[in-house]
Design a protein. Sequence first.
Lengths: 718, 153
Amino acid sequence: MESHLEQLITCPVCLDRFKVPKILPCQHTFCLKPCLQNLVVDKKIRCPQCRSTHFLPRQGLVGLPNNLTIISILDLPSSNIVRKKDEVCQECQQENSKPEKCSHCERKLCRDCSTAHFQHLVHSLARSLNQVRKHIPKVSEMITELEERQVKSVSTANSLKSEVNQAIERCVNELKNRQNILLDHVDLFVGAQTRQLRVEQDTLEMELATLSSHCEAADKKCQFFSDASKGNRSENAAEVVRLMQQSQEHLRNIKSISSGIDDSIQRAIKFHKDGENALLSNASAFGEIAYSAPSRLSLSLGSDPVLNDMEIDRAFAVEHGRRADQVSSYIPSFTTPLFDTPTLAVSPAPSPDNNSLYGSSGSTTNSPRNQTNAFVPGLSNGNPQRRRRLVRQRRVDDGSERISSFLSPENDPSTRTSLPNSPLLNSTTNDPRWLYRAKGPVKRWFGSKGSDVGCLNWPRGVAVTPNDNIVVADSSNHRVHIFHTEGEPTLTFGGYGSDEGQFDCLAGVHVTAQGWILTADRYNHRIQIFDSMGRFIRMFGQEGSGEGELSYPWGVATDNMGFIYVCDKDNHRIQVFTLDGQFIRKFGRIGTHDGQLDSPQYLAVTHDNKVLVSDSGNHRIQAFDKYGRFLFKFGREGSAEGQLKYPRGVVVDYRGNIVVGDSGNNRIQIYRHDGTYLSGFSSWGPAPGQVKGIEGVALLGNNDIVISDRENHRIQVF
Amino acid sequence: MAGLPRRITKETQRLLSEPVQGISATPDENNLRYFHVTINGPKDSPFEGGVFKLELFLPEEYPMAAPKVRFNTKIYHPNIDKIGRICLDILKDKWSPALQVRTVLLSIQALLSAPNPDDPLANDVADNWKRNEAAAIKTAREWTQKYAMSGGQ
């Protein structure tokens, strides 16, 4: 206070206390002598503070008004302290008292100032205490929220259970219906058969009666004829001949009867159980209880000790439903199906597969392609709810794969971050340096040059499925090759060509949250989408430079809203599409300035929808927001730490750390979320752990780095 | 010491007791109107990492006249010429007695952060700066490394 007062009574020119303070029309005050005196030029004066020029009054400087306020301050008794040429107080500049060193800030302060300073310290302590207190309700609010969530999850569990029960009951009822129908059919068929058999039996019984009566009659005649004296001989002979003829006829009949009973009737009925296996596997894989997004609240409370304001804000934004775009990724998804469409997750709505459940033969006759195509109209109709339902059904269809991810939720990245006991979230791994500085030795590698299963030929893009399978764009074999996380080949699909499901030197590959595989079919200038089993879903794009047209597309990625981002390499731009291939926007054009691109090759989208592009020809990574506005860049041409040479693959971990395949320098470099350098490893060569031309990079659930080692025709895991 | 205006004494005292970040100014033992000055190259400028030596002289008329400042370290800058003269308005027509040594040195530090090739003193440098900024910045960085880093002159 005192120092400020002192400043007020100090002339800015002589830096001394005002002597006769005169105020200029611009309101600035200076000493009359010598300060103002020296400034007069031609009856004009220019204010040293604001440089405005004023005409002097007729009497000259003396005519300027005195600054009465300052004079009255100067007249205060306290300001008339006699100054000693002593040590100066660093706060008030007074040369009066014996200043002492403050133990807090090492400054020399006079007694008054140090008292004030101490009070200030106490005050700021109180202020920070207040701040802490201000956060206490937030924390207890979060606790209440957690309690509420527990209650909610109990009720969620109950309603999910009843939902499951209902769905299963529906299935059981349907099966029972089928049982009745089949039993009816059995009765029907068998009844008809029995009737027919009865008729046959009756006929034969008639026949039997006829035969025995004939035999009886003929026997009598024979006895009669044995007495030769009886009757007329010629009449008798005619009678014998007649009986002979009758007997012959009966014999013929018997022969035809004894050739066998017609068993074609019996053979016609059988119970075909062809569909039983499919039905059983469908039944055992039926339905799914899935997490789809982590709960940010529990995460920030449970494991992150440095809870900064932003995270609190974000967590609260979720709670109160602000900022829908952000929220969507944090709301636990089970609430959505639960309350939107009650029968969503487990409803056995008609689908080709489900039809087989009710079909009379019970055998699956639909081709796989038909099955997947059947979903397309539903998916492209733009109704998100319907879309969700179809996706759910599709998941049910390939349930065998889903069930595995259900049983081992730690493998599923969508659930990973929500589990507090996840290995990724313990305190030691929280430090990205710890996480990446240890990287370097190769953990495993697989693939060699060739076209057999398990071989690769110029692998380019690489991606990881929700259950940690590794998807490789086997570029020069024109196929997608999927490996188990340990390297056993599990599936390949595609071949050379330009039809649906065929490729011509595909490059980028990406797996969406629901497991769909997106491929950049480079020489066909299009994007193709497949389901997790490699069944073609749709494609879009053609060669050109217009909107929605592509020229050698390379990297491909999706954001958490499901939009598709494509590196349109030879058009030097990024294009954004909806999941059904409709063009939304484009950004970037050739150049070296911020926001301009030169042969962008790969890209990644962070959880907060920042788009990171490997701007290969400019030897840098650029970050854009989701609208394509430039945010920042890092890296420049060179081989020193953090510098890049033709960077290719880029991927972001769940903390925002950025892994870059520094192709020209044959190494992997890792950067923090703001682009500052963290660590790097690997070098050129054919040995395990060395690389020759890195293409794609991807991250496994345990944060292992998967790279596509192009010219060694293999995948390596670090 | 005798005859030294009180204002200069005060300014000197303050410069020594509350130094400005990246700037030091010490009066010469023999002439209290003559200051030995060093300015650290500002962060994110081509002069970053360099320590530039200057001399500053307070003329008889000070503070009614501006101090005279000159770079002693060679520097590649469009507003500073070969012999270290500085093109800065407050050192010339925009001088005001309310300005101080401290403010002048701060302005010079700011000039290093924001070279102004449109108001040049060193024409060749300014031309380069305008024609090929990247190359000019590169040269500036090289000069900083050569002349303003430890062992430079």
